[in-house]
Ligand binder design. Sequence first.
Ligand SMILES: [Zn+2]
Length: 327
Amino acid sequence: MTDPDSWVLAVDLGGTRLRMAVVTPAGELLYEEQHPTPKTRPDILAQIWALLDRGRDWVAAQGKGLRGIGISTGGRVDFERGEVVDATALLPDWRRVPLRDLTVEHLGLPTWVDNDGNCAALGELWFGAGQDCHHFLSVVVGTGIGGGVVLDRQVLRGVAGTAGELGHISVDYQGPVCPCGNWGCVELFASGSGLANLAQTLWEAGVLQFTHKTITSATEITAREVGEAARLGNPVAQDLIQRAGRILGTALTSLLHTLNPERVIVGGTVLDLGEDYWQPLVNTVQSRAMAPAPLVRSPLREAGLLGAAALVWQNGASEGIKPPQSP
Ligand SMILES: [Zn+2]
């Protein structure tokens, strides 16, 4: 096992799940806990610290030490200040939270905080499909669409921490209003929640029917149900998923024209929809981009947690923390 003094505690705070793990420099997850995300800010903070306390105690019981803490969170993060600026409705009241300083106060370990899209990109850089890359894009298609941009092996954060918000690239300038303030964002069409919303509208209009399951209310329709209908040969469901793939491909093409990366690493639960989503996505980029970059699927099960851990090794020089390996 690798140098125990380089172990870190990683936290991944999402809208539905809060996870914590002890992570080694080799990317092994030695101790993991997962809980539903609490509903209020005080409860979220209390749960994060309770998890970190248990992680620290577990490491101490092994007779080992810890180098620091990395936290991945949904929402917009001021990385320099270690502060959550704001978040979507998935994490209500999660704004103006000086998460780094509060965590340092509570546990006394060096701590870094970044948003989930950037952490997933760092996870790919250290442990995933970006290990041999200098410039790449990371896209996570789940409930929403998260993104991260790595240039010269550094995460691009921009002046206000909003670089890499790939889900909020508009693909329809007159499209529906997005909670972010823009119109027609790709997330509204190509994410899991976007697919579910579109399917619900089609179901209410009688255009989309489900045979594998009795649906009595539109709210029961999820991306998973659309995927199951498509798998059983429903042409409307298949078309909806293929269209979502093409729309994401269109947005990614704009990014290739802006950043010219070596590759695009795509992960997230929406890829479980299979070839109906993946092929139109790949084909759109191949046919539209001036210089198409290869799209590859993320090999990581826990890109966010691994990226949170990598925050410590990537940024720890100021605390005397040496990277365990060249990422
Ligand atoms: Zn948006």
